[in-house]
Design a protein around this ligand. Structure first.
Ligand code: ATR
Length: 294
């Protein structure tokens, strides 16, 4: 039999079924299954992405058994992002610096590689929403000093921001964050006074809110935008509601704005690529799908 015929009659090996998921406690509200489920269907990939509720005391044992449980990887969410840093075998340097892992790849030999895609998601969202954005163009003002702020500030410094001004209600928290991230990139970090937050907006090319202010059910962000250049990009990582009061006020005075949903969608892309072999796209159809029921 000729080789040609042989290759025609031979059946291709079936694609392996790939399983990934999100570990959290609680994990019912995670939107990640919606995002990855949409992409799995869109790209016709044999796989699934499931919710994995794991109580804190069970996390270390559960993450070690991912290979045995048939997983190619997971996302890690609240409250496990710091515990994941300690549980993996190898950590990406930026995740180490941020102090949190949100994405884990299970390698062939069962070892775990952890990285953090929040900063990537943040920057990709800004670039997708506003082509002209370049972190290197000037100072960035970041409100907040929680976990999200860490990833955002690390990403900005890594992308060449010349200065990041951090404003947080609890100043010590911002100072701790600055201590951990100083030396990343060549930019400087300035910790300002929350009470005088409006004064730090001068010359800024970016204003980002990473606090929970403006989120549905919380109080709104009280910030005087007078000093902010009209060309500065304004971003809120809050996405419920999508149009926060901050974004509405920024638009009213003519600033370009980018909402927070894109960060969630873009941060999911590197994990999907690592587990399922394809870098997925963020489209309007995906946004509409995820927004249904939010
Ligand atoms: P995440 O990990 O999602 O960033 P977080 O760690 O709870 O969440 O951080 C929430 C951020 O919102 C913090 O910067 C918090 O300020 P403190 O560090 O002072 O707590 C900020 N925040 C929450 N409620 C606030 C309020 N009423 N006024 C000002 N800042 C507030």
């Amino acid at each position: 039999m000729s080789n040609t015929l042989k290759s025609v009659s031979a059946k291709a090996a079936p694609a392996p079924f790939l399983r990934a998921g999100v570990m959290g406690w609680p994990v019912d509200h995670s939107l990640s299954p919606k995002v990855h489920g949409f992409w799995l269907q869109q790209y016709d990939i044999e796989g699934e992405y499931v919710r994995i509720p794991v109580a804190p005391q069970d996390f270390a044992q559960k993450i070690k058994s991912l290979k045995a449980d048939g997983f190619v990887g997971v996302n890690v969410t609240v409250p496990h992002k710091q515990a994941a840093l300690r549980a993996v075998d190898e950590i990406h340097p930026l995740a180490q610096r941020i102090g949190a892992v949100n994405t884990v790849v299970v390698r062939e030999d069962g070892s775990l590689f952890g990285f953090n895609t929040d900063g990537f998601g943040f920057l990709e969202n800004l670039k997708a929403g506003f082509n002209a954005f370049d972190a290197g163009n000037g100072p960035a003002v970041v409100l907040g000093a929680g976990g999200a702020a860490r990833a955002v500030i690390a990403a900005l410094l890594d992308a060449g921001a010349p200065e990041v001004r951090i404003l947080n209600r609890t100043k010590e928290r911002a100072e701790d964050l600055a201590k951990d991230l100083r030396g990343l990139g060549s930019g400087s970090i300035l910790v300002g006074d929350w009470e005088r937050r409006g004064d730090y907006l001068q010359d800024a090319v970016l204003l980002t809110n990473t606090t929970t202010l403006g989120m549905h059910g919380r109080r709104s962000l009280d910030l005087d935008l007078t000093a902010l250049p009209q060309s500065a990009l304004v971003n809120d990582i809050v996405y419920v509601p999508l149009q926060t009061d901050l974004l509405a006020r920024a638009q009213d005075r003519g600033n370009p704005t980018v909402d927070g949903l894109g960060m969630l969608l873009h941060q999911a892309r590197p994990g999907f690529e690592a587990w399922f072999g394809r870098l997925p796209e963020v489209t309007d159809a995906l946004r509409a799908h995820v927004l249904k029921g939010v």
